[in-house]
Design a binder for this molecule. Structure first.
Ligand SMILES: [Zn+2]
Length: 94
């Protein structure tokens, strides 16, 4: 069985640091199924990856794509937070 060309990133799970929710760690299985690789993302950007391949590798790219997909959702939720702030306007006109 020879498979050349595109490798498929085999994501195992994603974990978030408890006290640093902006840091997410992606755990991938290597393509030969012998070890796990770890990709760390900070604020939606891949910051480190421990595969021996040249970076950005296919695993980095997969993690980055998943982070990119998440972004619009979390921005949306934050955007509605200030909706009902009181109606006081600053009166600097005097
Ligand atoms: Zn990488």
């Amino acid at each position: 069985m020879t498979q050349t060309g595109t490798k498929v990133a085999d994501l195992r799970y994603i974990t978030t640091l408890k006290n640093k929710p902006y840091i997410r760690v992606y755990i991938y299985r290597s393509s030969d199924d012998t070890k796990d690789y770890q990709v760390t993302t900070v604020h939606g950007k891949v910051s480190s990856c421990d595969t021996p391949a040249t970076h950005p590798c296919y695993i980095c790219k997969d993690a980055q794509r998943r982070e990119d997909e998440r972004k619009p959702v979390s921005t949306d939720q934050k955007g509605t937070l200030n909706g009902s702030c009181g109606g006081h306007a600053f009166s600097l006109l005097k």
